[in-house]
Structure formats: structure tokens, C-alpha cells
Design a protein around this ligand. Sequence first.
Ligand code: L3W
Ligand code: SF4
Length: 441
Amino acid sequence: MSKKLLLKDAHVEGIRYFDTYRKQGGYDGLEKALKMTSEEIVEEVKASGLRGRGGAGFPTGLKWSFLAKPEGVPRYLVVNADESEPGTFKDRYLMEFLPHILIEGMIISSFALGANTAYIYIRGEYSWIPDILEEAIEEARNNGFLGKNILGTGFDCEIYVQRGAGAYICGEETALLESLEGKRGNPRLKPPFPAVKGLWESPTVVNNVETIAAVVPIINIGAAEYAKIGVGKSTGTKLISACGNINKPGVYEIDMTITVEEFIYSDEYCGGIPNGKKLKACIPGGSSVPILPANLMLKTINGEPRLMNYESLADGGFATGTMMGSGGFEVLDEDQCIVEHTMTLARFYAHESCGQCTPCREGTPWMYKILKKINSGEGRMDDIDLLWDVQRKIEGNTICPLGDAAAWPVAAAIRHFRDEFEWHINNPELAQTQNYGLARY
Ligand code: L3W
Ligand code: SF4
């Protein structure tokens, strides 16, 4: 059974509220942290090996140590709660059921970074969650953990919740900052990174909800204990939101030593595939990461069992591997059509492109158009090569990662499931009326 750090009290009735959270040991971590120096906390987070849980997996302690500290300039902590990646809903779970672990993590992190103001930027569609967060903030303040002179230490901290308006691009950290400043959420060119020039041109750390929540157990159990969980550079626990053709969709906390096979088939996690269907493919890290067919998903190219962690999922590069991403784990059974699925994703990215860069603005709708044509049985063989060519011209040629995120799923679908594209072209009448996965019967 995986060790639980973030969700250990998720089953406790009333854990959403301060009194219950406190009874379970909540805010002990903050009390401990306030007796440390900010440098000691940063060192602890570095030593824990914690990596950003939003998608990129960047080392959190390293990011914190990049924070510029010019005299007389405020610093900010911004929590990225714009969880919009299709298949990803683990931050929603944390905020809805355990809001205080996020608030506690934010206060510890703000203290470590020397920030007196912190923001939670939350996606607009999570319309019921800001009230939950506001209530938790109020409770923390009423109990002396937030506001002026926290626990008599002289440290002041305020947390504000800002709602987004439903744009996926605002999950990109610099678009988020633009939006938080009241502007249209267009990504900025990096560098400068937010750690140097972020919110209102001040040094800013932007971290995902789960990343900041993980700071609480790191302080509670200590970096050394935290780093013992997991394997290699995948330390600690990871939340995975599981969906698609599985018996038990939901949010699971794993230690990153379990195999993909165990995650899909064990009753502790996804509980297998309904109706005894076969596994066809998985997208393990949110819609932006490459899809992998079952054989490569369960075993690496060297025949080793594939593990649910950053290194193992990426083993083999994009030729035979994928990415941990945001931990949005989607399972596709043998009845699914990869062309249709890829088309749906392409439509999403085309809709969400902000339009600043030509390859993304023009390329994403073009990919959708080609996929739609192939899916509806109107494609030609050279459309597959055209689609490959368009995605190649987007990848690496844009301001922000949305371009790559749109290109990778298309590339992986062609790389691993070219036969399905060809089937649609060779069987136009069937393709017009039937789903590929079902048509094979
Ligand atoms: C200072 C340097 N800071 C890097 C910081 C940078 C950022 C972090 C990672 O995209 C991915 C994307 C999605 N000085 C620095 C530095 N940093 N060098 O490190 O940066 P980066 O550019 O690698 O990634 P990113 O822009 O944060 C995130 C993928 O995640 N994704 C998830 C998307 C959606 C969600 C969601 O719904 N929750 O996360 C899934 O794969 O495609 O590739 O903070 O500033 N020298
Ligand atoms: Fe906008 Fe796409 Fe360019 Fe990102 S890659 S800045 S979403 S046009």
C-alpha cells in the first residue's frame, strides 16, 4: 500500500474545517517552520527532492533559490490552481476536501520566500471552490495563523483568491501573471523568468497547488524521510487523477515505485478495465503528453516493468516513452478510436491557443482540420505526412508550451497508431459511420 502524506486524513469527517484539521496535527508544520530560518526551509525543500507537480517537474527548491531579492521590492508567491489540463483533477480534490493543507503550505512557503502576499489563481470553472478556500483563509486568520504578526513571530502574510475566466492558457505561468494583473492572459517571453520578474515586475514564485501542499509533510517529517519515499529523482508521493476506461476513476496518492500495471489493475487504484476489455493505450500525464500503446505503457523498451514515476515514464524519450506531466492518467480500452481521440484533443488546443505565435495560431486549427477530414473518411494518404509535418513545425517554435502540448499528442498518435489513420483512409465508408475500435468486430 502506498504511503499517504497529502491524503492521509482525507477520509476524516470535517477535515475541511480548521478545528478538525488542527486536531489531526494541522498547522504543526507551520509552527515548526516558523522556528526555522527561511534559508533552512529552502534547504529542506531542496533536500526533499520535491519536483513541481503541475507538469514540468522542475525542482522546487532550486526554483525557490532562483528568487531574486532586490532591496525594497516585494516578493510574491502565486499558487497555480488553474488546473485545466484535460484528465487532470487532483488539485480540485485537494482544494475541495483539504483546503487547509494548501493554506498551511502557502504560509510556510511565503515565510521561506520572504513573501508577505500570496495569491491562489483558480480556474473559473471551479466555481464552488473559492468559497471553500475563502472560508479556510478566514479560519486560519481567526486562529492567528494568517494576517499580521503570525504566532507572535513578526511575520505578516495575506492570501487572496483570484478566479480565472475559463482560459486554459492562463495555466501557463506567465499568462497567469498577466491575467492576475488584470490583462489578457497572453504568455510572456522567458527569460526573464517569474523568479526574477514576475507579478507586477516583482520576483515571484509560481507553484502548483499540490507542490505547495507537499511542503507541509516535508516540514513535518523532514526532508530526509520524505526523500526516502519513491525512487531516484521521483521522491515523495504523487497525486494521480485517473479517468477513462477504468472501474474506479478518482484521485489516488501513490509512492512512485509502483508499476503502471499495478496502478491500472489493482483494486487499490483503478481496479482494472470494465467488462474485461483489453488495454489499448494510456495518456499518463494529462492530454499534453504522448499517448503510448499498451505494450510500451506496461513495459519499457528494455522489457522492464514501467513504473509510475518521472524517469520510468520518460524512459526511451518520445520514441518509446512519455511523461509524468500533471498526473492526469487516462486509460483507453480496445474499443476506442485513436484518430477520433486525437482529433478531440486537437480541437481543444486550437480553441485554447492565444494566437500570439503563428505556428500555434495557424498550426493548431490546421491539425484539427486534417484530423477531422481523416476521421470522417475523407482523408488521403498524404494527409498523414502533412499532419506530421505541421506538428513538427509547431514543436519548439512557439512562445509557450501550449504549442508543444498540441503537437506531441498528434506526433505520438501517428508514431504508434499509424495503422488506424491508414484504416480510416482505406475504409472511407466504414470510417464515416463507425468508430474504429468497434468497427474491427
Ligand atoms: C528560473 C530558470 N526559473 C525554469 C521555472 C519556470 C517554471 C518551471 C518549469 O510548463 C509543462 C508544459 C505542459 N530560472 C528557470 C526557471 N524555471 N528554468 O521552472 O518551467 P518549464 O518551462 O519547463 O514548464 P512550464 O512552463 O511550467 C509546464 C505540461 O507542463 N503539462 C501540464 C499542463 C497543465 C497543468 C494543469 O492543468 N495543472 O499543469 C502536462 O504535461 O504541457 O510542458 O516555473 O519558471 N533558469
Ligand atoms: Fe499563444 Fe500558442 Fe504561442 Fe502559447 S504557443 S503563446 S498559446 S500562440
